[in-house]
Design a protein around this ligand. Sequence first.
Ligand code: MEV
Length: 319
Amino acid sequence: MPAFTSTAPGKIILFGEHAVVYGYPALAVPVTKVRVRATVSARAIVSGDMGEESAGVHVIAPGIGLDSPWSALKPGGAVRAAVGSVFATLGMSQPPPCTIKVTSTIPIASGLGSGAAVSVAIIRALAGFLGHPLPNEQVSALAYEVEKIHHGTPSGIDNTVVTYAKPVFFVKDQPIATFTIPQPFTIIIGDTGISSPTKETVGDVRQAWQANPERYQRIFAAVGSIAKSARQAIESGHPKRLGPLMDENHYFLQEMGVSSPELDRLVNAAREAGALGAKLSGGGRGGNMIALVEEGEADAICLAIRKAGAVGTIITQVK
Ligand code: MEV
């Protein structure tokens, strides 16, 4: 059986995080500069060495120090679930001996969709290796089941944008809508270096919403209209209009309680250095912020964000 490799990009949410969990629209785009790569290859079995471990599936992820038989991975863990979902889908009780190697350049727990990208890359590579490549719809659905382990109550936006690797206007439980970008624009992604699991911020917002449903419903609805206006601005070829919309969306994320002093510092530094707008992106409390910039000013604004504490910056063209 020949080896099979698959990759999946990172993602950023341009508008609508958190509100999207409650049925409001959000916009997300792939970030192809960072990727997860999964390679599945046959494992040679030395004769006389047919122990369970050498006969089974082995998973290696050097970036997180993982080197383990699949069957020994923590039950309920994302990698174990992603692999298991493929075997279950293909009705395979005795998978052929193989090694799954996962490498990634996407920072973990930073709002760039690393969890979804790991699931998508593994699911695609393993299904391909086993001779049953799966369509995007099924890859995304399986990755969504894994996301539930990461996030508790995810909207499904991360697995969708990472699977299709296209800009998406996402509304939970509705058919996927990709959209075109007639006028490309430049975004800086600034990393606070603070790891912040999405499951926690999503859980905290849920608690706050339960305690004060009317206030939160108003905030979510406002964020949903921002996402709709943003799609209109992009599709009509006026990406500069996204700047003020980002600022407004960041204000509502602060109101939800998911920003942090570190995120606010980077957002303010970007604005002061000339960004057209800036906001946190993803779950919040850490992870990444994004800023809309003129292409020629991107390097100077990256420098300002780094001076304000960012541990890393990525400049990406959204097109
Ligand atoms: C995480 O990238 C985006 C959130 O809206 C959670 C979700 O949609 O599942 C915070």
